[in-house]
Design a protein around this ligand. Sequence first.
Ligand code: MN
Length: 325
Amino acid sequence: MKGEEARTIAGIVLKASELVLLCHVDPDGDAIGSLLGLGLALKAAGRRVSMVSPDGIPPSYAFLPGVDEVERTIGELGDATVVIVLDCGDLDRVGALREKVAGHPLILNIDHHPTNGGFGRYNLVDPQAAATAELVLLLLDYLELPLSLPVAICLYTGLHTDTGGFRYENTSPQVHRAAERLLKVGVKPWEIADFVYDTKPLAQVLLIKEALSRLKLGCAGRLAWISLPRSVLRDCGTDDTSGLINYPRMIAGVEVALLFKETEEGTVRVGLRSRHVDVSRLALRFGGGGHARAAGCTLAGPLEKAEEIMIKAAEQVLEEELAGE
Ligand SMILES: [Mn+2]
């Protein structure tokens, strides 16, 4: 683990008079869990902290402690304010708030995406970490802050969701040791699993039904995808597509799964998952990033065009892989 970097960042945080914590748009459990875990720990220590999630809190994470204190935007930043950007492989991931933070002299970048180029003044970036929450836990140790139950619940949620419930390739002995520490504080894993995976609003289940009716296969069954126009999300009454990509991904024989989602602005967000192929390279080619088996990018609309371009690129990657590169 990155002890040296964690020590440096802890030193900056300890001296800061004001801190702004920020996670990425379209937040997942690791983004929200890391934001709240670090934010609540610093607040409990009496620090002036704002916790900011540009897209707010998805319903599946509304159970987490501290969600009422999360804001969607930031005010004017003083030069001495320390900005901590969490779980963002690139500063663009903070969306429209990029304008407010880009060029700020004191950005701390805490992340685990291998495509992270180190955009912060100080960077705690470790692709070996399964989740940003794992790095937040390390930072709390260097800050010598106690691990309270609310903080542990948030960090455990980050570890759990980014490892797919301790199922993905990034499930290391280290992440289990981190989880052990959090369980010892009193986290109840079954409660978190029930909130995060096994409880969904009706709108989201209706969206699953609609999404499955749009499932398509290509490349002799090695590629599967779902494409969601804005109208479908509107009719179902939800914008929460988290977990949907698991359906094309779970099909036997599928190597690469894609989820296309038309945004309000008319751009197309693409989620990529794979079993063996490195899809982060594919995402990177379109200005996105992520991990080898889970990545994402945003393409210009219209939806059909984005779908066509990405399917072609994915087919090419799969053919190269078959040919042994
Ligand atoms: Mn993450």
